[in-house]
Structure formats: structure tokens, C-alpha cells
Design a protein around this ligand. Sequence first.
Ligand code: SDX
Length: 435
Amino acid sequence: MTERSGKTVQLSDPASGRSAALPLRTGTIGPAGLDIATLPKELGVFTYDPGFGATAACESRITYIDGEAGVLLYRGYPIEQLAERSDFMEVAYLLLIGELPTAKQLTEFTANIRYHTMINEWLKRFFEGFHHNAHPMAMVSGVVASMSAFYHDTMDIHNPRHREIFAHRIIAKIPTIAAAAHKHSLGQPVIYPRNDLSYTANMLHMLFAVPCEPYEVDPVAAAALDLLFVLHADHEQNASTSTVRLAGSTGANPYAAISAGVSALWGPAHGGANEAVLAMLEQIGTADNIPKFLAMAKDKSSHFRLMGFGHRVYKNFDPRAQIIRAMCHKVLARLGRSDNPLFELALRLEEIALQDEYFIERKLYPNVDFYSGVIYSAIGIPRSMFTVMFAIARTVGWVAHWQEMISDPAMRIGRPRQLYTGPTRRDYLEVKQRR
Ligand code: SDX
């Protein structure tokens, strides 16, 4: 039986006669959080929430999501306004620092990133250890973790200046590492970053340039990638960000924590979905095959899911998906690829799915991964690199959350409990006694 009086919720268990007055923590917007820290002591029970769908794991001031209303705010600014009027470097500063930069602050921040894009020549050798067909996410997570072997002089996580240097280094170098992974898979030489290019123009330059001829970055492609990076930069306590927080809460070095985030993002239920969407669209092939695939998505025994659909939090349109869908029309037209069959198929699939009772009832809408691959493809990025692009952008969010957690004096190591359903205590049997 519960009652909510002022700032506490009274829980009582008639069976044991025990009760607990649990403090109610309220944020600036969104649901309050019932502080259950004393529950085991006062009521002798844990809460049970596999997948943490109803659990606020921390306090954060970085990103706010309202899943029912389809709202996404970065430090209070609506994603639609940032997508329209900002760019990735400015959004990176906003997420890390908490305020939009002045012109001087943005120039300084951009320079700090721009002049740290090269990676140690010995770090480049790590790629030679990978087979040529290694997935780039495997290479990126491995090489990012190895960065701690090169920067041990600035790894005091309680030193704010060391944390700032780490933030600049990892945000600056992850595109170079990502591009080097791609070049390794092609058997081509790694292309050095250029300090005269913007963050995303440099990314495209390192991905597509070759030493034998000049390479001109398409400004339309660079702008499209910049917008995709803005949209993917952060998303509250998603699985990979929670992984970074949990790994970082042990005091592990920040490169190891970010590498753990890269690995968590790789899963097809998370950031790996953008790569899986393209594979699914190619598998569907034509619109007349859509009903067959929708039927599979509704048949639990098929284990097939409509990739790019559904979300743990959004039970309405993912605002990022809507922005990317609109962007597809513009970018494809400007790249001269308006008749993109994959995009047409994705639009048709969305239209049919959103009229289907199964998807309507479960509030399954396209998420950020549903259309992003159409743009990555159109600007020439290979499917195996789609999730790597997501990781590059999300590195900003991971760093922001890691910094927020580490700089909190109240930080404790994360250590969830469980509901034990295994055998009760029993004594060892010698092998000859076993049946
Ligand atoms: C990202 O958390 C974040 O913020 C993530 C992210 C970020 O920016 O960090 O937004 C990025 O990861 C987006 C999600 C990308 N993943 C996919 O597109 C993979 C396909 N989607 C799903 O697997 C699924 O929707 C999840 C993983 C995204 C969400 O899973 P939930 O919240 O655990 O939902 P669920 O599995 O409990 O599904 C509820 C119901 C189930 O049916 P019933 O048991 O009620 O009959 O909806 C069904 C599910 O079977 N369902 C789907 C479906 N997604 C959910 N059925 C078919 N196709 C789907 N895609």
C-alpha cells in the first residue's frame, strides 16, 4: 500500500508489518525518482527492473527525453533547433560544458579539437594486427582501449585538466582511428588528417582520399554528416552511455570506458541497427515483399525484428528520425540521387507499418537508425562503417556523461543486485555418488 505525502512515498508491507518512508527526488522536468536506497534495510526487499526501463540510474543535466511526446533536449535546447541552426563542434561544446559557446570559446574549442586529430605513429601499427576483413567496430574498440597505453601521463581522472585533455584527445582522434580502420580493410594507406578542414570534411577526406591524387570533399556530404553527428551526439542513459558510466565508475581509465561504450553500441538492438536496416531493406528488395517481412516481424517464432523500428523510450516518433527523413529528401536531391530505391522502399515500409495494428498497438515508430543509413550510403560510406559513424558522434555524449559522473563527489561504483532464483544451499557430492 503506498501513499505520496510531500517529498516521501510511504511503503508498507502488511505481511511483515514493516514500512518505509522513501524520499521522492524531483528533477527540473520529467518524472520524479523514488529514492530506494534504504529499501533493503527498511523493508528487506530489492526493486526488480530487468532492462532498467523504470529505473533512474543517476541524476544528469545533459539530455532530456520525453518518449511519449517525442521530445529531445540537449542541455535544454530542442534537437530540432540545434539541427536547424547549430553544428557538431558547437553541439559538442554545449554537451560537454553545458552552455552554448561564445564565438571566442567556439574558436578555441574547435582549435583544440582540430590540432589533436593525429594519432601516435605507433598506435597506427595496431591496425596491422587485424585481419583485413575485421569489422571496423572491432578495430575501433580495440584501438581506443589501447590509447591508455600512450597517454598515461594525463590519466588522473580526478584532475579537471587531465579530464579536459582526455575529452579533446578522444573527440579529435576517434575520426582518425575510424578512418584508419576503414583504410586497413581496403588495404590502402592511412590518410593523415588535415587541419584546414572542418570535423566532418576531415572525416570524409580521411575516408576517401588516396595519396595518388587530390580529393575534393563534397560540401553537401560534409554538411549532411555534420547534421547526422549532431543528431547522434547524445541520448540520455542509453545502453552504451550506461556502459561508459558503469565502466568509468570503477575508476578505470577513460579510454577503457569509451572502448566499452563502443562495444555496447555495436549490438543490433542499439547502434548496430543502422547497418542492419540497410541489410534488411536490401533483403526486402521491393515494396511487394513488405507484407511478408511485416508478417515475420509480428511472428515471434521468426526472431525477425523490423530493424530501425521501436524504441525503449520513444512511444511516439523519434524526433531524430523525422529530421533525418526530411534530410534524405534534400541531401539525395542535392547529391543527384533523388531516385534512391532504398529510400523509396524505406518510406513505403514506414507508411505500411504505421497503418498496421501490431505496430500501432505497441507504439513502434521509426527510430534514429531507420533512415540514417540511406544518407550514409548516398555520401559513399560503406555499410560496415555505419555504426562507426554513430560511435564517432556518440563519443561526445559518452565523454560528457563520464565527466559529469567522475566530477560528482558523491560518485560510487555501480553495482546492481539481483533476484536469485537458483538452487538453495546444498552439499558437495563425490563423483561416484552422483546419478
Ligand atoms: C538506438 O536507448 C536509446 O536511446 C538508443 C538510441 C540512442 O540514441 O542511443 O536511441 C539508439 O539504439 C535505437 C534502437 C535501434 N534498434 C533497433 O532498431 C532494433 C529493432 N528494435 C527493437 O529490437 C526494439 O524496439 C528495441 C530494442 C529498440 C526496444 O526494445 P524494448 O524496449 O525492449 O521493446 P520490447 O522488446 O519490449 O518490445 C515491445 C513489443 C514486443 O512485442 P510483445 O512482446 O509486446 O508482443 O514490441 C515488439 C516486441 O516484440 N517489438 C518489435 C520491434 N520492437 C519491439 N517487433 C517487431 N519489430 C521491432 N523492431
